[in-house]
Design a protein around this ligand. Structure first.
Ligand code: PLP
Length: 400
């Protein structure tokens, strides 16, 4: 016998991964230039030069120092660098005690969920559309995922539905701003209202409801839009950060969990999340990457190509009649399927080798996601195909 749940997870890949792998296989058949892969969020700009320089410096250090285990929470130099960066950025005091270095945001979110899950009745709430892996993370932590339906007008929070979703079993709410897949950045008044509601509900139920703030896109914002720091609005927030997107290092697996001093059960939360990381076999984040981050915590993201792509794709699609909210951050457009279901529309796009992801797994089957972390040329050459797609509603399908 084997674990059926894990068997299922291993066999059924995410739609995004399947499409991405299909794209690689299809490129071998029709040529790479004829596949328009908007499926996954793999950064398309190289890491900043400072990161390359830091790698060289680190690799020139004595190998026993570079490749050895570090403490599970991370080495002091990385934790200090992250704390110093956050203190400067946010005007609040952080020190190494607030920082746990992880293998990216995925590990940080997973450790947070597992550390907070009390029993099989524990619930975590997400807002649709949500990053599909949350379902896997929440259920693997032993808890139940509750989905608050999308507010498709502006992709902020649907508070009426949230209030209904909170129960005595709610342990946490996952917040993701800037958002994958919509690019929405939560407004300050929205976060303030969320904080007020969770404080009231925590009081009503006699236990803390936590926020897990998943922030891999924090620096990927456009037009100088400010991203509110969630712990400024709700004290019991665990921040999960990643360098995957901002420094283009997704394969190197590095990020952190930040538990601010304002957390009411600070020590318990730190110990429980550390215990969860231990239980999942996360021995420590890659030592080389920790040393690179110790040198690069202040390095800004290179936004130029994404900013260009955002405008190119948004204007191109909306001029043809597609409907979508202009994204303030991240590198995705979440577009309403112009006819049929998003699944039908994406299947049609796939026949033209345009790889876009239906919103079903994001909890919003009316829309599809396009990642614009691609070469601008890919967008330019794909636009005529999008035009063809919107015009070619099959007979009998509903035009939106
Ligand atoms: N959270 C969100 C919202 C994401 O979009 C991603 C990756 O795409 C992750 C978490 C995982 O990021 P990481 O590579 O840092 O584990």
């Amino acid at each position: 016998m084997i674990c059926q749940k894990m068997l299922e997870l291993g066999k059924n890949k995410s739609q995004m991964r399947e499409l991405f792998e299909y794209g690689l296989a299809q490129a071998a058949v029709v040529g790479k230039e004829n596949v328009f892969d908007f499926s996954i969020g793999n950064p398309s700009v190289p890491p900043p030069d400072a990161v390359g320089d830091a790698f060289v410096e680190v690799l020139n250090e004595p190998p026993l120092k570079t490749h050895g285990y570090t403490p599970a929470v991370g080495c002091d130099e990385a934790r200090d660098a992250v704390a110093k960066h956050l203190s400067k950025l946010l005007g609040r005091k952080f020190s190494r005690r607030n920082i746990y270095i992880t293998c990216g945001a995925a590990a940080a979110v997973m450790a947070s969920l597992k550390g907070l899950c009390i029993d099989h009745e524990t619930e975590f709430i997400v807002f649709a559309p949500y990053f599909p892996e949350y379902r896997c993370y929440v259920e693997s932590a032993g808890a139940i995922l509750k989905v608050v339906p999308a507010d498709t007008d502006d992709f902020q929070i649907n508070f009426d539905a949230l209030e209904k979703a909170i129960s005595p079993h709610t342990q946490g709410v996952i917040v993701n701003t800037p958002n994958n897949p919509t690019g929405a950045v939560y407004k300050k008044d929205v976060l303030m209202r969320l904080g007020d509601l969770l404080r009231a509900k925590s009081k009503e139920y006699g236990h803390t409801i936590y926020i897990i703030s998943d922030e891999p896109y924090r620096e990927l914002v456009y037009d100088n839009i400010e991203v509110a720091f969630v712990p400024d609005y709700y004290e019991d927030t665990i921040v999960c950060y990643s360098y995957s997107k901002t420094l283009s290092l997704p394969g190197d697996r590095i990020g952190y969990m930040c538990v601010p001093d304002t957390m009411h059960d600070f020590d318990e939360v730190c110990w429980a999340t550390a215990g969860a990381a231990r239980a999942m076999g996360y021995v420590c984040a890659p030592a080389i990457m920790q040393k690179v981050i110790a040198r690069c915590a202040d390095v800004p993201a290179n936004l130029a190509v994404y900013a260009h792509n955002r405008k190119l794709l948004y204007e191109g699609l909306t001029n043809m009649g597609y409907d979508c909210v202009y994204p303030d951050g991240a590198f995705y457009l979440f577009v309403r399927a112009p006819w049929g279901t998003a699944k039908e529309f994406c299947a049609c796009a796939k026949k033209l080798n345009v790889l876009i992801v239906p919103g079903d797994d994001f909890g919003c089957p009316t829309h599809f996601r396009t990642s614009y972390c691609v070469n601008p040329d890919t967008i330019e050459r794909a636009l005529p195909l999008f035009e063809q797609l919107i015009a070619n509603a099959p007979d009998g399908s509903d035009k939106v």
